[in-house]
Design a protein around this ligand. Structure first.
Ligand SMILES: [Zn+2]
Ligand SMILES: [Zn+2]
Ligand SMILES: [Zn+2]
Length: 161
């Protein structure tokens, strides 16, 4: 994070500054309101109960959002999945809504993108899929993996790129 992006963190519940960042045994970081503290004996929070869980810091990328041309940021979720998202996209915890551009691109896992092409076998739409190994294939959108039977269902059209 760049220095100019750092701002004074204020508790949204009582307006007091947030306390120091502490780490849980599992390695997650949290910041408690400076007016609140965890009492080991009573196992209760005394004072302001606000706790802010820290996301893994975002990293601004040298890439532009294909939707709005703003810079993209790289984000790692708490489940260790990586994604690129638009820097204008912000989550407002007060209203529980996201605002800004909604562009997200998952990295590492397979991704699919809807294509404006029809399947030569069944005339349904095709999707472009990028595997975790970075290989691309076109496949029929009706083709799905059925977890119960552990078999692929739907049309079997696949075209490796
Ligand atoms: Zn507070
Ligand atoms: Zn965008
Ligand atoms: Zn098909």
């Amino acid at each position: 994070m760049k220095d100019e992006e750092k701002k004074e963190e204020i508790c949204p519940q009582c307006g007091a500054p947030l306390g120091e960042i502490t780490s849980t045994p599992s390695g997650r970081q949290l910041q408690r309101c400076s007016k609140g503290s965890w009492n080991e004996e009573s196992r209760k929070v005394e004072g302001c109960p606000y706790v802010r869980w820290l996301a893994v810091p975002e990293q601004t990328l040298d890439e532009k959002c294909p939707k709005c041309q703003s810079p993209l940021v790289l984000k790692v979720t708490r489940f260790n999945k990586k994604m690129k998202k638009c820097s204008t996209n912000t989550w407002d915890p007060a209203t529980q809504t996201a605002s800004g551009c909604d562009y997200i691109e998952w990295i590492g896992g397979p991704t699919t993108e809807q294509l404006e092409e029809d399947c030569p076998k069944c005339s349904e739409k095709l999707v472009m899929m990028t595997t975790s190994a970075g290989k691309k294939l076109k496949k029929c959108s009706t083709n799905k993996w059925d977890r119960n039977s552990r078999m692929a269902v739907g049309c079997d059209f696949v075209e490796w790129q």
